[in-house]
Ligand binder design. Structure first.
Ligand SMILES: [Zn+2]
Length: 153
C-alpha cells in the first residue's frame, strides 16, 4: 500500500536490517527495540489486521517468529522470548500493517508486561462472555474484520 512504512521497507524504499525473507514474509530489526534483537515479522501482502491475513501467511509469520526466537536463544544467549501482536490502535498497534513482535528476553532484563488478573463475577458472567465471542467466531474472512481505523493514505 502506498505510504505504508512497512510496505516501503519490503520494497527496499526504506532501509532495514533484514533477518529473513521469503515469498510470504519479511523479518527485520525493530528500530526502537524493547530489548536488542527485537524483531518484527510482517506479511509481504499489506493487511491492516492480522485477522485478514490468509492462513498460510499467518502460519508462516508464527513459524518464522518462533524460529527467530530459537535463533535468539542460540545467537544472543537469551533465556526466552515473547511473541506479541497488537491488532488495532487501542491494543497498541502503531503501524497499520499487521506485524508480529519477537522479543528476546533475559532474566532481569528490566521489562515487565503490565499484566493484571481480573476475576469474573460469577460462572454465569464468564459463560456469557464466552458465548458473546463464540457466536461470532468465523474462521474465514468476513466484511468488517479489519479495524475501523484504516490509515489515511
Ligand atoms: Zn503495508
Amino acid at each position: 500500500m502506498k505510504n505504508c512504512i512497512f510496505c516501503k521497507i519490503i520494497a527496499g524504499e526504506i532501509p532495514s536490517v533484514k533477518l529473513y525473507e521469503d515469498e510470504l514474509v519479511y523479518a527485520f530489526l525493530d528500530i526502537s527495540p524493547i530489548n536488542f534483537g527485537h524483531t518484527l515479522v510482517i506479511p509481504k501482502e499489506h493487511h491492516t489486521s492480522v485477522a485478514t491475513v490468509p492462513e498460510t501467511i499467518a502460519g508462516r509469520m508464527f513459524r518464522v517468529g518462533s524460529r527467530l526466537g530459537v535463533a535468539m536463544r542460540r545467537g544472543l544467549d537469551c533465556d526466552g522470548f515473547n511473541l506479541h501482536l497488537s491488532d488495532g490502535t487501542v491494543a497498541g498497534q502503531v503501524v497499520m500493517h499487521a506485524h508480529l513482535h519477537v522479543v528476546p528476553r533475559w532474566t532481569d532484563d528490566g521489562f515487565h508486561w503490565n499484566w493484571r488478573q481480573l476475576k469474573y463475577e460469577s460462572d454465569d458472567a464468564r459463560a456469557e462472555i464466552a458465548e458473546k465471542i463464540r457466536k461470532h467466531l468465523k474462521l474465514d474472512n468476513q466484511p468488517g474484520d479489519a479495524p475501523a481505523e484504516e490509515p489515511e493514505v
